[in-house]
Design a binder for this molecule. Structure first.
Ligand SMILES: [Fe+2]
Ligand SMILES: [Fe+2]
Length: 300
């Protein structure tokens, strides 16, 4: 069935790059459970942990793009960057609400982890107090870093659009949250790469940054999952070894994307002539966005 869906979406007529607009969405989070896939509590927490990271990360993306915009003379790229900023700021705002309306309502205090994410994205990956050429170099590094992360987000977006989360009893609101977000990630997947290339981030720099970004991304997600499990009174406080064993079990069952396929996807960015268009289908993303319950709730 899964294979059939993948084949089907590959034969859809892909519209190519589309004009990017932020879609308004409305979610009613009342009584949303922490284990939103009841059959997969650890996988639920791993995906929940993205709510801890995404708001700060996406705010950093918007800040870096606002800084870069005045230097962009290509009108088409400017339009794409403005659409990107609109979509990412809506993602950040929506995941921030999940932090406060779902995690907090279930007795999870997200603040310690959120403060670490703030430090990472505002200080370590934020603008530096330098001028001239150094300031430009820092900005280009940040844009290349964003391009690497956006590759992962497009990959994850494509995964969630095609994953059968319903067989694990997924809460339809949380599934829609990640599919709406994932679909917009697929839709705007070319932007960060185009921006990094426009600013002169060459092959070597992008490959070097990807080698750093991959382990950092995996580490942050695993740490976030441990943080969530530690605070969940319904689960044993697993050490890293047992936690990772259970995460691999969830991957095996299809409740999470597999690390080997994520690694393989990261390696495709090392191919000369890499193009993010190969990650996911715009036709499938746009079709999902047209029927997303959260988007329809605003439209109606
Ligand atoms: Fe996003
Ligand atoms: Fe994105």
């Amino acid at each position: 069935m899964k294979l059939l869906r993948r084949v089907q979406r590959r034969v859809d007529v892909d519209p190519g790059e589309v004009a990017l607009n932020a879609r308004n969405v409305r979610f009613d989070w009342a009584d949303t459970p922490l284990h939103w896939m009841p059959a997969e509590p650890i996988a639920s927490h791993l995906i929940n942990a993205l709510n801890l990271l995404l708001p700060e990360g996406e705010r950093m993306f918007c800040a870096a793009y606002s800084e870069a915009l005045p230097y962009v003379k290509d009108e088409k790229l400017r339009e794409a960057m403005l659409g990107f900023i609109g979509q990412e700021s809506m993602h950040a705002e929506t995941h921030d609400k999940v932090l406060h309306e779902v995690l907090a309502a279930n007795g999870i205090d997200p603040e310690p982890y959120v403060r670490q994410a703030e430090y990472l994205f505002r200080k370590s990956l934020g603008p530096k107090d330098v001028d001239g050429v150094a300031q430009r170099q820092v900005m280009v590094e940040r844009l290349a870093f964003i391009a690497c992360l956006e590759h992962f987000f497009a990959y994850l977006g494509d995964w969630v659009l095609n994953a059968d989360l319903e067989k694990f009893g997924a809460d339809p609101r949380v599934a829609d949250l990640f599919r709406w977000h994932g679909a917009e990630e697929v839709e705007h997947r070319h932007v960060a790469h185009d921006v990094a290339v426009y600013f002169g981030a060459g092959y070597v720099r992008r490959a070097a940054i990807m080698m750093i970004v991959f382990p950092i991304f995996i580490t942050l997600v695993v740490r976030g999952t441990k943080f969530m499990v530690h605070q969940d009174p319904a689960l044993p406080d697993l050490g890293y070894r047992r936690l990772i064993t259970r995460v691999f079990g969830s991957m095996w069952r299809g409740a999470l994307p597999g690390v080997p396929s994520l690694l393989w996807s990261a390696l495709t960015t090392f191919k000369p002539g890499y193009n993010p268009e190969s990650v996911g289908s715009t036709a499938q993303a746009v079709a999902y966005l047209a029927k997303s319950p959260a988007a329809q709730a605003v439209a109606s």
